[in-house]
Write a protein that binds this ligand. Structure first.
Ligand code: UT7
Length: 333
């Protein structure tokens, strides 16, 4: 069977206009800038307007318009939209289909949401890669877009200080003849036994939302931070090593790692475990906090725009999240 190489054709991002600093949070929960910065590396996060215009598919629309321009293609050239989010606009229809309409697409392309929490973008990237490599589709739009501010408990200082809203996207397609761009290797994993470390059990089929849940505040996301921390570092390092080994490359070949931005200490520990210099880790958690599925594509996009990641560079995506899902991708940009 003929197979095709992959090229990242364009990227984009959207960050909501409203910025909430750590100091702003001091008036909401008992916390302080120093604790948050020292324990997490976060200085501020962007928060979507609740009035409209910055819901997950709105942010994805803006980010995609920029990515289409960068890729120099039309929305109707896209064969597949994979939308990673744990905070979709609505339960039905899926966010990918809503985005298809917002983009004015008329080609009836395939639309699927990916519920893999913080790993949603990397899950989508690897799945779309396989579909392009085998010739099933030519171009895919992969989205990570979250409005976590709706789902965090703003009375819980253990979690509300960590998260932010935002969106990042990438359009990938077949690499043209003579292009060096490619995906070397990829891995997707999950360990469902750790599901309770980060969950939101209220509001689904098992326990539908009631007025008393809202009163108690038990319907929000809840996380066991310490447990997540340990598994995150181990898994991120293991998956990075897996894709590097599978590609037959060495650590020195890697130009950049784009890790999930959950905590600067997780990123530093992961870098140590992999054995890679912190200078090669793309870090922007200080500006956005943890935007779940959006962290990797936002950090990737910013690093491209800032001129850090250049054509020909070897880049490693490394994500981990609730589920406990995880995924890594090793590619030549
Ligand atoms: O995206 C999915 C992946 N996400 C993750 O993997 C997140 C992983 N976990 C973490 O990033 C960290 O565990 C946290 C940032 C959530 C917490 O950091 P920690 O170093 O594990 O702190 P801790 O939970 O052990 O709390 C230390 C102390 C506690 O006080 P005591 O019990 O020592 O008196 C907390 O009550 O800090 C207190 N604390 C706070 N103090 C000020 C907890 N939250 C805050 C706060 N401000 N916001």
């Amino acid at each position: 069977m003929k197979t095709y190489e992959i090229k990242v054709l364009g990227t984009g991002m959207y960050a909501p206009k409203k910025i909430v600093t750590n100091v702003d949070l001091e008036s909401i929960v008992e916390t302080n800038d120093q604790w948050i910065y020292e324990r997490t590396g976060i200085r501020q996060r962007h928060i979507s307007s609740t009035e409209g215009g910055e819901f997950p598919t709105d942010m994805a629309y803006h980010a995609t318009i920029d990515a289409l321009k960068a890729a120099n293609i039309e929305a109707n050239d896209i064969d597949l939209i994979l939308f990673g989010s744990c905070t979709p606009d609505v339960k039905l229809p899926n966010s990918a289909s809503i985005l298809q309409v917002k983009l004015g697409m008329t080609n009836n392309c395939a639309c699927l949401d990916i519920a893999a929490a913080c790993s949603g973008f990397v899950y989508g990237f690897n799945m779309a890669t396989a579909m392009i490599q085998t010739g099933m589709i030519k171009k895919a739009l992969i989205v990570g877009s979250e409005m976590l501010s709706r789902e965090v408990n703003w009375k819980d200082r253990n979690s509300c200080i960590l998260f932010g809203d935002g969106c990042g996207v990438a359009i990938i397609g077949r690499a043209e003849e003579g292009s060096e761009s490619k995906v070397y290797s990829s891995v997707l994993t999950a360990d469902g036994t750790g599901g309770e470390f980060f969950d939101q059990p209220i509001g689904g089929a098992v326990t539908p939302l009631t007025a008393s849940h809202i009163e108690e505040g038990s319907h929000f996301m809840q996380m066991k931070g310490k447990e997540m921390f340990k598994v995150a570092t181990r898994t991120l390092a293991e998956n990075a090593q897996k894709v590097i080994t599978e590609a037959g490359l060495s650590l020195e070949d890697i130009d950049w790692v784009v890790p999930h931005q959950a905590n600067i200490r997780i990123i530093e520990t992961t870098a140590k475990l992999i054995g890679i210099d912190m200078d090669k880790m793309i870090v922007n958690i200080q500006n956005y906090g943890n935007t779940s599925a959006a962290t990797v594509p936002i950090a990737f996009h910013e690093a491209i725009v800032e001129g850090k990641i250049k054509r020909g560079d070897i880049v490693l995506f490394d994500a981990f999240g609730a589920g406990l899902t995880a995924g890594a991708t090793l590619l030549k940009y």
